[in-house]
Design a protein around this ligand. Structure first.
Ligand code: PEP
Ligand code: MG
Length: 315
């Protein structure tokens, strides 16, 4: 169903001086993709594909996967849709994989690491994604979760390209990947920063643990520094660096992310208009200055307070 008018975003994301920032949606199935299109998303920055696998006792077939992916792509004709390959393990255990007990699942065999043992599962997903891409006009990009090393990014990119898919990227959600972002972008076509896991691993604080929420605050300057490194690598290589974690849903933090070199923001569809409205009141130079204030703060609370003080339009 179409949402209330105040939640519908019209037009294209940009700063006050016209620097383009793609405003994309995070989606998890065909219904949420259609809702995101209705809300005015310019495309999809994170299509989590776990929904098909979550409760399945056997792996969905290539035909089943292709049909679902085509529905999501079909909601965004001629627009960008970034499909993330299966992110199993840790907070997303999958019955059919039978992974066994791990003492520390967040640091275990999760995300792309599953594919090193079971490349056949990844290949079937890529066959389905390529088939679905051919059935629609969406501009389909594919990315891998939980990359730690440039060699992993290269392995994944080769596999994606061998299926005829046009862009192969990775999520930056492990600190090692942010620290080596330049080497990763030398072999991948784009990067998308997952701030939920990047915060968890940078601050050594379980993202599911309520009492540790302050450490997992996406305003933590340490996290912002890793985002800055990744943004700089994007500028050096001319490749797209986006954010698809919760951080992009906070309009004030979104301004800071743009100042750190991020060129696309992917969020839940209902906040796109709020993010877009604030962004168009701030020039790119102001974004960069505000980012500097946040980077120099001693903790998340003060980073946020310093930036908010400088934005009278919030009052
Ligand atoms: C993230 O880690 O920030 C992310 C977007 O992926 P997920 O929340 O699915 O782990
Ligand atoms: Mg993640």
């Amino acid at each position: 169903a179409r949402r209330g008018a105040q939640h519908v975003w019209r037009g294209e994301g940009a700063t006050a001086d016209g620097r383009r920032v793609l405003l994309l949606a995070n989606v998890g199935d065909p219904a949420s993709a259609r809702a995101a299109a209705d809300a005015g998303a310019e495309g999809v920055g994170l299509f989590r594909t776990e929904f098909l696998f979550l409760d399945a006792s056997t792996e969905p077939t290539v035909a089943e996967q292709e049909a679902s992916y085509a529905e999501v792509f079909g909601a965004f004709p001629r627009r960008k849709v970034v499909l993330r390959t299966l992110d199993a393990g840790a907070d997303k255990p999958l019955a059919f994989l039978d992974q066994g007990e791990e003492p520390n699942p967040a640091l275990g065999v999760r995300g792309l690491r599953v594919a090193f043992d079971r490349p056949d599962i990844l290949d079937r997903q890529l066959v389905a994604a390529a088939g679905a891409a051919q059935r629609t006009s969406a501009e389909v990009w594919v990315m891998a979760p939980m990359i730690a090393l440039p060699s992993e990014a290269a392995w994944f990119a080769d596999r994606v390209r061998s299926h005829g898919l046009r862009a192969a990227g990775v999520m930056v959600e492990v600190p090692a990947a942010a620290l080596c972002a330049r080497q990763i972008l030398d072999v991948a076509d784009f990067a998308s920063i997952g701030t939920n896991d990047l915060a968890q691993y940078t601050l050594a604080a379980d993202r599911m643990a309520g009492p540790l929420a302050e450490l997992n605050d996406p305003w933590q300057p340490a996290l912002l520094r890793l985002i800055q490194l990744t943004g700089q690598a994007g500028a050096e290589t001319g490749k797209s660096v986006g954010v698809c974690g919760e951080a992009a849903s906070d309009p004030v933090l979104a301004v800071v992310l743009v100042g750190l070199g991020v060129v696309s923001l992917s969020m839940s569809a209902r906040v796109i208009s709020e993010v877009g409205e604030l962004l168009k009141t701030v020039t790119f130079d102001e974004c960069a200055r505000l980012a500097g204030l946040a980077l120099d703060a001693v903790d998340a609370q003060r980073a946020k307070a310093r930036v908010r003080e400088e934005l009278p339009q919030l009052a």
